[in-house]
Design a binder for this molecule. Sequence first.
Ligand SMILES: *Cc1c(COP(=O)(O)O)cnc(C)c1O
Length: 466
Amino acid sequence: MTLISPNAPTAELQALDAAHHMHPFTHSADLAKKGARVITRAEGVWLNDSEGERILDGMAGLWCVNIGYGRKELAAAAARQMEELPYYNTFFQTTHVPAIQLSARLAELAPGNLNHVFYASSGSEANDTNIRLARTYWAEKGAPERKVIISRWNAYHGSSVGSGSLGGMKGMHAQGGMPIPDIHHIDQPDWWSEGGDMTPEEFGLERARQLEQAIEEIGPEKVAAFIAEPVQGAGGVIVPPETYWPEIQRIVKKYGILLIADEVICGFGRTGNWFGSQTMGITPDIMTIAKGLSSGYQPIGGSILSDEVAEVIAGTEFNHGYTYSGHPVACAVALENLRILDEEGVVKQVAEETGPYLKEKFEGLAAHPLVGEAKIVGFMGSLALTPDKASRAPFAADAGTVGYICRERCFANNLVMRHVGDRMIISPPLVMSKEEIDTLIDRAWTSLDECHARLKAEGLMVAGTR
Ligand SMILES: *Cc1c(COP(=O)(O)O)cnc(C)c1O
């Protein structure tokens, strides 16, 4: 048996990784030439790699480690549950205590009449569930022709065939036969890139009214639901203008279609409330949850349904479920994570202390010559890079060229900050302290400086057209 030692030289680990491990959303041949960075352990907001470097995690893993790394209580909860009942299904008229406890807790935390949880192991699976829930809901109500789900370009709802179809990532649709039928996309509320001469307020209304136009064009009797992230995450942390969500809420109400809020990133404190829907003032019928639910310590996701939707679904046998729906170990860990987030006042701290502090410092980055706009809600923010602030121009180079250079500078300065096109984004663990925020901002500024110097040297500070 070949089992390589965890202390093997980095090059050896990288070679085996390249030989046998295929990475998600990765050009594998390119990565094989560079070698992946080997992360060995983590504590708080800090990652360690196999070369002994200490890296500040500005992304909370992949938007999920809200509680920070190294919480022994979560490990203990998993160990306890594994010893007592490592697995049992919930398909055949059986249940177990962790699923009961977590569901009751989520019903308490979720706003309004969102009181019923259907579990999955990821956000993708949960959104696949939502496609079937929304259509089954209408079929049960005697309107089986209501099948169309409206979503937005540049939305991210997951990577399975169903959830990837809901999402609006054209690069994903181009591979493997997506989208599935009866998914319709409207434009996103990204004022910086697409707002033209409109004010943000005008633009927010224009983009929201695209929903009404789409419903009218498709025919209101055919539309089942609208799905959206309260604040788009993977699309580049797109904070919508203030006029956007109230108008969307008016339209879904007018036509009586379901509103599905994809809270996979926004949920569990990220925006300074338990859910992004609360921050944006919306009332969804279904919420998608995952990521911060367990702070990434266990794979778990789900859909939280309103009383009304759950009651309709309860009237039929819903032919859907996953072997690991309501997995007891994942539920036990999620429950412990929610306990700590609550008892240590982490969500409150983001709302009242570290969130406002991060906002002030992060918005200060807009003074950098490369940064056109710095937008942040709670603990998720983005910087739009531009060669010309006044005109909000993009770079002449292919989208993402500059973002990639900036991301590489961040990585070299031991800061994890992602790029989406030519936007730089952060989503730190919610436990990040003010001192650590200072470090994040210092490293970001240094990286922006280095990126700027390189762009000038390479003649890349050139405006293009949209
Ligand atoms: C990450 C994400 C998903 C998909 O979750 P997975 O656990 O990766 O399947 C869905 N929706 C949003 C908003 C996400 O950010």
